[in-house]
Design a protein around this ligand. Sequence first.
Ligand code: PEP
Ligand code: MG
Length: 610
Amino acid sequence: MTTRRIEVNAVSGPLPQTEAEPVQALKGIGVSGGVAIGQAVVIERLTLEMYPQRIIAPDEIPSEIARFESAVHEAAKQLAQVKKLIHAGHPLEEHAYILDTHMLLLEDKMFFNGTKSAIASERQNAEWALSEIIGRITSAFDTIEDEYLRERARDIRFVGERVLGILMGRSETGKIHQLPPNSVIVSHDLSPADTAQIQWGNVLAFAIDMGGQTSHTAIMARSLKVAAVTGLENISSKVQTGDTIIVDGSTGVVVINPDPDTIFRFRQRQEVYRNYHQSLMAFGQLPAVTIDGACSVSILANVELMDEIEIARQHGAEGIGLFRTEYLYLGRRELPSEEEQFESYRRALEANAPNPVTIRTLDVGADKMLTNLSIGHQTNPAMGLRAIRLCLEQRDIFKTQLRAILRASVYGRCLLLIPMISSLTELQATREILAEVKDDLTRSGIEFDPKMPLGILVEVPSAVAIADLLAREADFFSIGTNDLIQYSLAIDRVNEHVNYLYDTLHPALLRLIHQVVEVGTAAGIRVSMCGEMAGDPVNIPILLGLGLTELSMNALSIPMVKKLIRSMSMEECRELTARAFDMTAAHEIRGMLEDWLRDRFPQDYFVPQS
Ligand code: PEP
Ligand code: MG
């Protein structure tokens, strides 16, 4: 993501237009909606790059190691104090586990022993040795495909920076304790410990250099309903404490020292956003039935973290269509036990009953497994030993997860989803393992739902090609467009150089989806979609036109998608789909759909306003 200067008048969305001079602004990633206008408070962090570097004398080694150990001890004490601030009922109560993760990282072998041995063998001073070790650990995360997992490298940096600050005798973020009202926090990055100390009542928004949709700042801002823009790259060096600043979390626009006219226009936008959001929220609780009553669509949510389950419910999710279980395995040295997994799955099922929860089995590759699995380096992890391939090889891990899911299945409506199936053999092998686990449970007299449906993520082109064969063994299909685009269009989904090719409306993808729906319907099995494509309004007419009746998406998109579905007829959807199938290029199809949405819903914000 590159930060670019944009003109505020070119901001998309229902921004009132005037003849005024355009004001310069920055564009980042809008991660938590809403418009805030307030005073900047710049939080300067000590970063790992700002350390003194010197070769120590051999006789200094023991005292340098002792200095490092006592800084780690002090960091643990500070984190424990911050954790105490998060009492029951604190807005961040649900996030307190992050501080536990940070405390655990302080004890991490590579972090703690690695730094000490660098001091001893390289004769580096403690700050230098620590920075090198952190650099080494975090660079191992750079190639990780999953954004959520990549963000966890930042936890290691936060912990390292805290220890570094102590070693250098510098206080970290003093200003966070004394924020004036209407503060907009501007920072290079914020650690969860920083956010835990913030006086939330005085904070209107965040504007952050680093991070993406799944950074902790983004997650917390969303749970606290505070506007936030991340990925601004260098805003912390452009803004001074006390500057007036506008943060538009829905478009990712930040304006520094706006003129009165810009402030006026954003106040109007704030009003529009508030009203629009409020009116949308009501749609979340309504059924997604087309205006002609011809089609009823189930709208479910994709979740990764347990606290997203409540957000999903508030936004009107009719269950969980994709529970990405990877997070349970992260930020820790041990694999999660069967008991711990069981508890998480049970909670998710109970919270949603009688609505369904589709639990996807572990979808990680070798490089995503942190310290608890060692499979060796893979040159092309996206096409390597990941997801079901890894589970079929590491059977014990897979069986533990299946046992936990099966045991939890009696607490609600549980569905099992297998990622990255590319052959019938893999599905049959999965069924065999599942049968073994069921036999074990039966022998031990442990209850489970014997009819728990077993579905597959259709996200590899070979699965589309043999969908008729897979439909014989699968109880349902869930189309995972994020990977299906990657594999069918040959576009690495995390490579910014080919990002311009990544388009959900590529004619090839539409044909693949059409094929899966046709085959699934003919075989009498349910077909849903859980890729990001399902939550973008521009795709909705085509998805309905292709016959999909179950969509699972990011919870925040649900009210908007429901409103759109309730305002369209199936005749319109079919006509738009037929037109799209006559077109030859993604941009043509996108243009046609965007024009249609703007014409048909001039008051709405389904697509960027031209
Ligand atoms: C997908 O590939 O579309 C999907 C839903 O899974 P993930 O994004 O987790 O790979
Ligand atoms: Mg996938």
